[in-house]
Structures are given as structure tokens and as C-alpha cells.
Design a protein around this ligand. Structure first.
Ligand code: GDP
Ligand code: FE
Ligand code: FE
Length: 190
């Protein structure tokens, strides 16, 4: 299964994006072991998370014709489409039916409220895979070793600052993912 997926994504992604996908899958397996979830699901979701990255925006919009909320913001936030389109592609082309894998692909860019551990593992693996460089990356890698929620919070801080500096709209899920994690932490600490 994994080898078939690798062969296929090599055909549809740029070499750099293909290498990134392999590294996300490897990093996701390490995190899956640490956080005690299925290594196989983590590897498959990691390999496929960016499978729609090189599809044109027009084609992604067609693939997402049933997702009204996404289509409404598609022209303003095209960067977030490839996760949602990736889940459609993974289901239709790779015949993935596991909803946990499909959701981890779907929400890997913007997250959501109440993320599953697999969602979080893929979200974080995408950020910290060894070839990635971004500000605060070392701190995020250290947090990922200790507490995956804290790693996500640190990354969202960076991401929101970046989006604001570029005047790019912040997707509602990005805000909801952050609020939810903070709310949960507060409940645990009272
Ligand atoms: P990649 O696909 O491996 O490069 O990583 P991502 O799936 O995280 O996609 C990164 C892109 O999504 C960057 O261009 C980010 O600016 C963009 N992005 C992430 N979150 C948001 C958001 O809330 N709103 C918008 N408009 N773009 C976002
Ligand atoms: Fe992505
Ligand atoms: Fe990625």
C-alpha cells in the first residue's frame, strides 16, 4: 500500500514536494509512536497530506463543488484548498476510506476544533519535518517532544503573525483550533 502510494505521488508532485511528503510520513511515524497511535495510519496520511498540492485552483474548486463553506472562501484563501481537495483525491483515487486518515489530510493546513491525535500528528509533522525551516522551528521541535498541543500553539502564534504581516485572511479553523486547545488547557488547570 505505502509503496503504491509513494510511486503514485512521485508522479503527481514536484520532486521537492515528493521529498517533503516522504519526510512528513517519517516524522509522523516517530510522533505516532510517541503519542501511541497507529504508525500505519500516520505514514499513509503523511504520504498523502499534500497529494493535491500541485492541482490547479480551478480543478480543486471543481473537486470541492459539494463543500459550500470552502468554495465561498476559495478565491480569498486559495492556500487552504489543497488539504480539502487532498481528502477528496485520496478517497477517489487511492480508495482510502478510513475517515481518520481522510480528516488528517483534510485539516492538515488549518486544523479544526477537537482535533484527533492523528490530525495533530500530521499537522505537527508537516511543520517540523527535518528539511523545514521557519522561525521558532527549534522551539516547536522541542515542544513536540513534550506536548503536542503546546507545539501546535507555538506554531499558530507564528502562523497568525505571518498571515497578518502579509495581509492574508486567517481561516476560521485556525482560530477555532487555537481557541479549543487553550480552552482545554484552562479546564485541565482549574
Ligand atoms: P505545505 O502544504 O506543506 O506547504 O504546508 P501547509 O499545508 O501548512 O500550507 C501552507 C500554506 O497555507 C501557507 O501558504 C500558509 O500561509 C497557508 N495557510 C495556513 N493557514 C492559513 C490560514 O488560516 N489562512 C490562510 N489564508 N492561509 C493559511
Ligand atoms: Fe499542505
Ligand atoms: Fe506539507
Amino acid at each position: 500500500m505505502q509503496q503504491t502510494i509513494k510511486n503514485h505521488i512521485k508522479e503527481i508532485l514536484t520532486p521537492k514536494r515528493y521529498e517533503h511528503s516522504l519526510l512528513v510520513a517519517e516524522t509522523a511515524k516517530i510522533l505516532a509512536e510517541k503519542y501511541k497511535i497507529s504508525l500505519e495510519k500516520a505514514e499513509i496520511a503523511g504520504l498523502l497530506h499534500d497529494c493535491a498540492k500541485d492541482i490547479s485552483i480551478e480543478k480543486m474548486k471543481k473537486m470541492l463543488k459539494n463543500e459550500k463553506a470552502i468554495l465561498e472562501i476559495a478565491d480569498f484563501q486559495p492556500q487552504i484548498l489543497h488539504g480539502f481537495a487532498g481528502a477528496v483525491y485520496a478517497r477517489n483515487v487511492f480508495r482510502i476510506e478510513d475517515i481518520e486518515i481522510l480528516d488528517a489530510i483534510k485539516y492538515h493546513t488549518v486544523g479544526r476544533r477537537n482535533m484527533s491525535l492523528l490530525d495533530k500528528v500530521i499537522y505537527v509533522a508537516d511543520i517540523i519535518e527535518p528539511s523545514r525551516k521557519c522561525s521558532k522551528i527549534d522551539e516547536i521541535r522541542i515542544e513536540a517532544e513534550k506536548n503536542i498541543d503546546d507545539a501546535i500553539l507555538k506554531e499558530i502564534e507564528n502562523k497568525i503573525a505571518f498571515l497578518i504581516s502579509k495581509n492574508i485572511p486567517i481561516h476560521i479553523n485556525t482560530i477555532e483550533m487555537r481557541n479549543y486547545i487553550i480552552e482545554k488547557k484552562k479546564v485541565r488547570s482549574v
